[in-house]
Design a binder for this molecule. Structure first.
Ligand SMILES: Cc1cc2nc3c(=O)[nH]c(=O)nc-3n(C[C@H](O)[C@H](O)[C@H](O)COP(=O)(O)OP(=O)(O)OC[C@H]3O[C@@H](n4cnc5c(N)ncnc54)[C@H](O)[C@@H]3O)c2cc1C
Length: 598
């Protein structure tokens, strides 16, 4: 089985050459994130992921987590790897110095998460969930809560979870039932059952900080009556050490399709002591900090599985000999040609490459906006970054996980029957990737968020912010002959995107179901359009490097070939999505539920 390599060269391409990372850090005043420091972080992070995490990915899948009397044991090596991760200071990297962090930019944490996820997604979910808990406490916790919990999470000695889902409520959090009764000492007694809680119980850290949604007595119905609480597994002592066991227990672990190394827990809260985060009944607003972190984290999952599948299937396609090339033998001495000579195998390889590298560009573009928002000096600067991020987040989450899953499947397909056999790890990659289009808001829910809240409710403002960036790029490159095919297509897309939005918006005024009927096609269209812009940028950089002369011709030629492939063979998918979204809601809704039979 081929080993995973962290794609440092391509990461540097996206960070430095495409998105001008070094200038970006300097402009935001991140003096410690000098190019040398960033390089050292990339190198060390890659070593840890390749040498420590990747080797326990397949064994972790086969062994899975085990539950006994409420205690969970993670697969062999998971705990030790986490110890090394903490000792190396990785959890603290992108967090504030005041709470024990290293004060480095958020985006460096994103790069590290991609490396971790590519090597071992299941393992990466433990620190990944902690990261969301940290951001939530940082944004909404009191000073005392930060001192007690955030510092431990930043240190990595405690991990975090996100507790939203209940047996009867997943997407619709407005109907959640967990209760929070006030105690005399200002804390709350939390009762209820949460299911599907990732990293909800394990043996990797000394304490777990659950971030839990529950209702106060007499809270209004629906989402306006939800509050947010910290519920630690062990209550902390005054000196910060771990104290008595709290009333939260793990009733069982879910048996599931993939990510077996990650414990998906059923958690029972029986009057567990909890502490309110943020104002009463504003819990969902505060939880959005967690959910937005988790959405970008899940977008990375799409990239991670696409990258892992691509690397392995590329190596296999160069090695596996089957049949002769249609245009004559390419390996005449051998029994057959390597399968990479066949156009259809190349289609599968290039699709994975386009989605892995294109996805990386998009996630890093989002991470850049988080840095800009965090470091903004004026409200105007913050709003500009937040608006762009708000528009791109549902696209990144849903589009990159859909294409990540498609890529994982194509990776398996390149192996033929051997892909279906566990030994090669390709079927694990498919199984592990499947959840990514479901949790943190399904593709359908992200699509409603994009079209409904982000585009139509802002009268198209957030969309226009982005299409203006594309327009500016096209204007600047009008005389660039090498980019002409890309620029022409981008201009057409920009125009069509606005027209499609108008059409759906007009229909939605008469029938709100038109939004739901168009939304997933709209989101996928938007994903392909955003990727087209990024691939055009990549082509521009690659052209310039080749024109200047470079010792890395192969790298830039591969980049250009992938940009061309993307525009010629992937981007035409927008036509199908445009036609489907314009076909209206009637073809979906004309059957009454009672006449909808088999
Ligand atoms: C392995 C795993 C890990 C998870 N980790 C966590 C975690 O750490 N914390 C946590 O709180 N939760 C977690 N979840 C829960 C996850 O977020 C939910 O499963 C997800 O939000 C969907 O909720 P549901 O399963 O109840 O599906 P439902 O809400 O019942 O949805 C069923 C289907 O209906 C569709 N649907 C629902 N409403 C609409 C609508 N208005 N318009 C269009 N379509 C709609 C959905 O898109 C979906 O296709 C995890 C789940 C799994 C399987």
């Amino acid at each position: 089985m081929s080993e995973i390599k962290i794609p440092l060269r391509d990461m540097r391409f996206s960070m430095r050459e495409l998105l001008n990372w070094d200038q970006h850090y300097a402009a935001l005043g991140y003096e410690d994130a000098s190019p040398d420091v960033v390089d050292a972080i990339l190198e060390e992070g890659a070593k840890f992921c390749e040498n420590v995490l990747a080797p326990i990915n397949q064994s972790g899948d086969q062994q899975g987590c085990t539950w006994k009397d409420g205690e969970v044991t993670t697969p062999d090596g998971f705990k030790e790897a986490y110890q090394q991760f903490v000792e190396a200071g990785w959890p603290s990297m992108p967090h504030d110095v005041e709470v024990g962090g290293q004060g480095l930019p958020h985006s460096l944490g994103t790069i590290l998460s991609e490396m971790v996820g590519t090597a071992n997604w299941s393992w990466g979910m433990y620190p990944g969930l902690s990261h969301g808990a940290m951001n939530t406490l940082d944004a909404h916790g009191t000073d005392e809560q930060k001192e007690t919990y955030l510092t431990k999470l930043v240190e990595g000695t405690w991990t975090g979870t996100m507790c939203l889902t209940e047996p009867h409520c997943g997407t619709d959090l407005g109907i959640l039932r967990s209760k929070a009764e006030p105690n005399d000492d200002g804390s709350y007694a939390i009762s209820g059952t949460k299911i599907f809680i990732s990293a909800g119980e394990h043996d990797m850290a000394e304490n777990i900080v659950h971030i839990v949604l529950a209702r106060l007595p007499d809270a209004p119905a629906g989402t306006k009556g939800i509050s947010l609480f910290i519920v630690p597994k062990f209550l902390p002592n005054a000196d910060g050490s771990v104290g008595e066991r709290n009333g939260v227990t793990c009733g069982s672990l879910e048996h599931k399709m993939g990510i077996h190394g990650n414990a998906t827990a059923v958690l029972n809260f029986d009057g567990a002591k909890g502490f309110l985060i943020g104002p009463p009944n504003k819990g969902l607003n505060c939880m959005f900090t967690f959910m937005n972190t988790a959405r970008l984290g899940t977008a990375l999952q799409g990239v991670a599985h696409a990258e892992a599948g691509f690397q392995k299937s590329l190596a296999y396609a160069k090695d596996r000999l089957q049949m002769r090339s249609l245009s004559g033998p390419k390996n005449p001495e051998g029994a057959a040609d390597p399968i990479i000579v066949h156009p259809d195998v190349r289609r599968m390889l290039l699709t994975q490459k386009a989605f892995a590298e294109g996805g990386r560009m998009l996630v890093l573009l989002c991470a850049k906006q988080v840095d800009r928002s965090n470091a903004a000096e004026t409200e105007e600067e913050r709003k500009a970054a937040d608006d762009l991020l708000a528009f791109l987040t549902p696209i990144a989450k849903a589009f990159l996980t859909e294409t990540g899953y498609e890529s994982a499947n194509l990776g398996l397909q390149c192996f033929g029957g051997h892909g279906y056999i566990a030994e090669w790890g390709m079927e694990q990659n498919v199984r592990d990737s499947r959840i990514s289009t479901i949790y943190e808001g399904t593709t359908g829910i992200q699509a409603l968020d994009l079209l409904g809240r982000k585009v139509l409710m802002t009268q198209g403002e957030l969309l226009r912010n982005f299409t203006k960036i594309v327009h500016k790029f096209c204007q600047a490159e009008l005389d660039n002959e090498a980019l002409a095919p890309y620029v022409t297509k981008l201009q057409e897309l920009n125009k069509e995107w606005g027209e499609l939005t108008m059409n759906v918006g007009v229909k939605a005024m008469e029938n709100p179901d038109e939004v739901g009927a168009a939304s997933v096609d709209y989101l996928m269209y938007s994903g392909y359009a955003v990727q087209a812009y990024l691939w055009a940028l990549a082509a521009k950089v690659a052209n310039e490097k080749l024109a200047e002369g470079t010792s890395e011709e192969d790298f830039y030629r591969s980049k250009l070939a992938t940009a061309r492939f993307y525009f010629d063979r992937i981007l035409p998918r927008t036509a199908t999505h445009a036609a489907a979204m314009q076909s209206g809601a009637d073809n979906l809704m004309s059957l009454d539920a009672e006449h909808f039979v088999f």
